[in-house]
Write a protein that binds this ligand. Structure first.
Ligand code: GRF
Length: 197
């Protein structure tokens, strides 16, 4: 079994898109754990689906694990891949080292543009909107020690020239996210993407 841990902070639509795609393909892979840094919708959904949930370094919970403890849990659970799907905290360097090239992230813009500290969620779409870009899109990349920096695994653009607000851009980009994240994960499972750089 190929075990995936999904890290979340919000509504969890990317987590669900991944869950559904694995289910549909009756994949040999499963989302074995959902990890959050706060109480959020994604955790509620994971619980409903019977997936183990954990909190890491959380301000809103007392029952959280440290990254070191979480590392042990994920290693014991024979985790093959960690997917950051709307996870808002920076992953500590030591944790990145422990799962070197085994952590991927979905970013709601065309990296390397609109990246770095503070560039998450609606902030990204506001910046794109204010720059009157014709295109935006989504990028899946390997997580290294620098924000939004690791090797790009997939990227797809979408025409946003008629979008009237950052929210409208977010909607169009989200559709792309829901397509490319499951696709990249599928290719990793099938060995069609090599994560070792
Ligand atoms: C997505 O746009 C993701 O790319 C960004 O935060 C949003 C999370 O959405 N980092 P969801 O929680 O997956 O619905």
């Amino acid at each position: 079994m190929f075990n995936i841990a999904v890290f979340v902070s919000g509504r969890g639509s990317n987590f669900l898109a991944l869950y559904e795609s694995l289910k549909k393909r009756q994949s040999e892979a499963q989302i074995a754990a959902v990890v959050a840094d706060r109480n959020c919708q994604a955790v509620e959904k994971a619980k409903e689906l019977g997936i183990s949930t954990y909190f890491v370094s959380s301000k809103s919970r007392e029952d959280f694990f440290t990254y070191e403890e979480l590392k042990q849990i994920l290693l014991e659970g024979e985790t093959n891949l960690i997917v950051l799907a709307g996870f808002l905290k920076k992953i500590p360097d030591t944790f990145v080292d422990s799962f070197k090239s085994r952590i991927i992230n979905i970013h709601p813009a065309l990296l390397p543009s609109y990246s770095g500290k503070g560039m998450y969620g609606i902030n990204v779409h506001k910046a794109v909107f204010n720059s009157r870009e014709r295109y935006s899109g989504a990028t899946v990349h390997i997580v290294d020690k620098i924000y939004d920096h690791g090797k790009i695994l997939a990227q797809q653009k979408v025409d946003i020239s008629t979008a009237k607000s950052p929210e409208e851009i977010a909607e169009r980009v989200l559709e792309i996210e829901h397509r490319i994240l499951p696709e990249v994960v599928r290719k990793i499972i099938e060995g069609k993407i090599n994560l070792d750089t």
